[in-house]
Write a protein that binds this ligand. Structure first.
Ligand code: SF4
Length: 126
């Protein structure tokens, strides 16, 4: 891995939101790892809560993360909710890509995530 990395966070609304009922979080994360679509993956319960803000600041403050993909609610919602944390530590907001996967099953969610990441990264840079 080079000095900067591409990471993926699956944000699952505490794991209790009905919008995520039809998907297997671990299968999605494992497939992303196996296909090496990003450098690392993780799961977070509530990125838009106070501890989620804190987490984003700790994760991104070392300037090692070049691109951050977050699957969960809509990109536009994420942009609003993460804005302060990004601004506080100087993470460029254009380096964050939100991927909406609510109400999808595992297959649909994985395909949507993969499509977004590969169209962002481009085959020659992967
Ligand atoms: S950031 Fe979006 S997906 Fe994550 S907990 Fe908040 S509303 Fe749910």
């Amino acid at each position: 891995m080079n000095n900067s990395s591409k990471g993926f966070i699956l944000c699952v609304c505490q794991g209790t939101c009905p919008s995520f009922d039809k998907m297997n979080f671990y299968e999605i994360l494992n497939r992303l790892r196996q296909e090496k679509l990003v450098d690392w993956v993780l799961i977070h319960l509530t990125l838009c809560a106070e501890d989620g803000d804190e987490f984003l600041k700790v994760l991104l403050s070392g300037k090692k993360v070049e691109k951050l993909y977050v699957a969960g609610c809509a990109d536009i919602m994420q942009k609003k909710m993460f804005r302060e944390a990004f601004e506080e530590i100087g993470f460029p907001k254009e380096n964050h890509v939100g991927i909406e996967i609510r109400n999808m099953d595992t297959e649909q969610a994985y395909d949507t995530i993969k499509k977004t990441i590969t169209s962002e990264v481009g085959p020659s840079n992967n």
